[in-house]
Ligand binder design. Structure first.
Ligand code: SAH
Length: 364
């Protein structure tokens, strides 16, 4: 058991079972032992890999997307370019480099990175040292000064803690983390059902709720509706609210139990895009998508970008570019194009953001 596992068992011993939300919060962001707090989890050597780490094309296309959105917003100056959970800072670095083709846009940028991990913030700092833009860090959105904004979040919402409720004969009971007879962490259910949940379902069905995600989407939607701008969320998840346990833990690219060695594995849940969209709309913002990442990247020009990179590369580099293009935009098994979705939240008066028009030639 990890050091954090010992802490959590002691906590439950004193206070009784804790919610899954609290467990996930501790496992991911406990100040000393949380998963993200002390390590760089990305890449072949790490626990998982993400789109910006697969290819520079991902961040570049998003940088050009942002420049177009800025022009549609009426070219505000300054523009807050906000990224949630920037990981190694790779996406932002690629985006800023690509945005050199739009110097007027670049000159307006006030880059704000929202990051909870000091270890990752230090890596982001190093990555962006030579980016030639003003970059600063915040713990959360309300620390970022007001003003028109473009926000980007890749694989951020899936890291936000969720609660789970299980349908039993008496109603929806919250899933809790407690201790078994041997003193090990185990899942259990609250004795009393949660009366406020009205969803009807079969016995045994699981309902996941991200209250933290809802609060963020409401605050962000209200901010964009008041101050102008667009937010882009890219993540894996489902487009309609449904029932199911999507909690998963990954360590060294393998699935492990979320209760074994908390703090040592990445724990995520699928994003309920429909639910997130409802919160943003309730705050007065418009919502576009979610659409497949593959479609989004194709409309943004990933095929042309890959071709341009390939034409200047040697044979083995060209093969790498092609493999990355397919992995990011293909829709087959093991490819990200259909698994990952893209959703935009925007000020209602703005035109449809680039990428969210129907694919040219696609069936209606
Ligand atoms: N966007 C990056 C990293 C995704 S991993 C990429 O695509 O490679 C999730 C990121 O969100 C990490 O940087 C993690 O430290 C950060 N994070 C997780 N929970 C957070 C929270 N509550 N507030 C701010 N950042 C958080």
């Amino acid at each position: 058991m990890s050091a954090l596992g010992d802490d959590i068992r002691a906590l439950i011993g004193q206070e009784g079972p804790i919610s899954l939300e609290r467990y996930m919060t501790l496992a991911l962001t406990h100040p000393t032992h949380g998963y993200y707090m002390k390590r760089d989890p990305f890449g072949a050597e790490g626990d998982f890999t993400t789109a910006p780490e697969i290819s520079q094309m991902f961040g570049e296309l998003i940088g050009l997307w942002a420049a177009e959105v800025w022009a549609a917003m009426g070219s505000p100056n300054p523009l807050r370019l906000i990224e949630f959970g920037p990981g190694r800072g790779t996406l932002m670095s690629d985006a800023l480099r690509a945005a050199r083709v739009a110097p007027e846009f670049r000159a307006t940028l006030d880059v704000r990175l929202i990051e909870t991990s000091p270890t990752l913030a230090a890596i982001q700092h190093d990555t962006l040292l030579t980016a030639g833009a003003s970059v600063s860090w915040a713990g959360q959105l309300d620390e970022v000064p007001d003003g028109p904004a473009i926000m980007i979040a890749n694989e951020f919402l899936d890291a936000l803690p969720v609660r789970q409720y299980v349908r039993g004969s008496r109603g929806w009971c919250e899933r809790l983390v407690g201790l078994d007879g041997a003193g090990e962490l185990t899942f259990g259910l609250a004795a009393e059902p949660e009366r406020s949940i009205k969803a009807s379902a079969q016995e045994g069905d699981v309902l996941e709720v991200s209250a933290i995600g809802h609060r963020l989407m409401f605050a962000l939607g209200a901010r964009l509706a008041r101050q102008g701008g667009v937010a882009l969320f890219i993540d894996y998840g489902h487009t309609a609210t449904g029932f199911g346990d999507t909690l998963q833990a990954l360590r060294a690219h393998r699935a492990v139990s979320p209760l074994v060695e908390p703090g040592e594995a990445d724990i995520t849940a699928h994003v309920d895009f429909a639910a997130m969209a409802r919160s943003a709309r309730a705050a007065g913002a418009a919502v576009y998508g979610p659409i497949d990442q593959g479609d989004f990247l194709k409309i943004l020009g990933i095929d042309q970008r890959a071709q341009a990179l390939t034409s200047r590369a040697g044979a083995s580099q060209a093969a790498d570019v092609e493999a990355a293009r397919v992995r990011l935009s293909g829709k087959g098994v093991g490819e990200m194009g259909a698994l990952f979705k893209v959703m935009a939240i925007a000020h209602r008066q703005l035109p449809i953001p680039p990428g969210f028009h129907r694919l040219p030639g696609a069936a209606a």
